[in-house]
Design a protein around this ligand. Structure first.
Ligand code: NAD
Ligand code: UDP
Length: 340
């Protein structure tokens, strides 16, 4: 059995679908602070199976221990998605982020030791590379000082896992996600940003849906192909599949103490303007935009070298930018009940 923390969230729900479709027994833990219980219905509609669900604050050790008393002895692996992830909010409320993201991980590690659960996959982020000196970045590229408390929690969590894996019977993998976008092809699950989206693609789809007047592109004077920032946009279904490959690697790993890190991206950088143009190609919709000033803390360009994941996880992204954007739009339309 696999415990998926944050399993009703954006990436967690897509990973639950892939796990169930590949025969895994899945148990979801989430406090629904940034997701909705109805996602479990959608997972059931897609897969024909409803994961067992516990509503629990993972940062609360006592609450979590009660849940593990019920399920811990059947678990072989944990995929730990649960975290707060809003960069701006983390700047304003650092303690909230350190407490939630660090305590949650440490509570999970304690329960893993208590129940001798060997395998952990952790959601890290390319944010740990900060503004890299060279692109693409490999896993050996030095981490930079984090731009935000959120980013710092990812670096700190990676270190906590590394150090714990040296002394506890723990096999762990951190996956450094680049920019996840897109949605399941059924359009039954997808990203659900609260309020005005901070991220590019939800802003684009909401503008296409008429909810936002226009997209502001944050700066066109960067040293990139067209002056706008460059990111590596990875389809969430490809990303979900990477978790299965990571789990498989841990399942066959014979060393009792192991820790590894993998970049999960497409290997290709796309500028903001390229995303806007790809959206037009994928959907036929021209999104209104204006060029605004740079956003504080933005990185000029970051994209992944995925050689390590390709060779050691036997994983490669398969879906392209246009496919991802089309699926984001289908999800937005389905969610808002917009007709074609
Ligand atoms: P999400 O907010 O959709 O999902 C996270 C889930 O965790 C939510 O359902 C939330 O309710 C739950 N949660 C948060 N704190 C909890 C707690 N204390 N107890 C129980 N549940 C809790 O986010 P997502 O985009 O699916 O991200 C999943 C993971 O991937 C996070 O760790 C995030 O930091 C990481 N990540 C995300 C991105 C991205 O752009 N989406 C990029 C890199 C890394
Ligand atoms: N971006 C933008 N307008 C928006 C939101 C984002 O121009 O309304 C740009 C942003 O400056 C960055 C890219 O889109 O260059 C991706 O931003 P996002 O917030 O999605 O991801 P991150 O900054 O975490 O890589």
């Amino acid at each position: 059995m696999v415990i998926v923390t944050g399993g009703t969230g954006y990436i967690g729900s897509h990973t639950c679908v892939e796990l169930i479709n590949n025969g895994y027994d899945v148990v979801v833990l989430d406090n629904l602070s940034n997701s909705d219980e109805s996602v479990l219905n959608s997972i059931e509609e897609i897969t024909g199976k409803r994961p067992q669900f516990f509503k629990v604050d993972i940062d609360n050790a006592e609450q979590l221990a009660l849940v593990f008393n019920k399920i811990g002895s059947q678990a072989e692996s944990i995929i730990h998605f649960a975290a707060k992830k809003a960069v701006g909010e983390s700047v304003n409320e650092p303690l909230l982020y350190y407490r939630n993201n660090l305590d949650s991980l440490m509570n999970i590690l304690v329960e893993m030791e208590r129940f001798q659960i060997p395998n952990l996959v952790f959601s890290s982020s390319c944010t740990v590379y900060g503004q890299p000196d060279v692109c693409p970045v490999t896993e050996a590229t030095p981490r930079k000082e984090a731009e935000s408390p959120y980013g710092n929690t990812k670096s700190m969590c990676e270190d906590i896992i590394r150090d714990t894996s040296r002394v506890q019977q723990l096999k762990a993998i951190s996956l450094r996600y680049f920019n996840p976008i897109g949605a399941h092809e059924s359009a039954k699950i997808g990203e659900l940003p609260v309020g005005v989206p901070n991220n590019l693609v939800p802003f684009v789809t909401q503008t296409a849906a008429g909810i936002r007047k226009e997209l502001t592109i944050f700066g066109d004077d960067y040293d990139t192909i067209d002056g706008t920032c460059v990111r590596d946009y990875i389809h969430v279904v490809d990303l979900a599949k990477a978790h299965l490959r990571a789990l498989r690697k841990l399942e066959v790993e014979t060393r009792q103490n192991s820790y590894d890190i993998f970049n999960i991206g497409t290997g290709k950088g796309s500028s903001v303007l390229e995303v806007v143009n790809a959206f037009k190609k994928a959907t036929g919709i021209s999104v209104n935009y204006k060029i605004g000033s740079r956003r504080n803390g933005d990185i000029t360009a970051v994209y992944a070298d995925t050689t390590k994941a390709n060779t050691e996880l036997n994983w490669k992204s398969e879906l392209g930018l246009e496919e991802a954007l089309r699926s984001s739009w289908n999800w937005e339309r389905n969610y808002r009940k917009i007709r074609a």
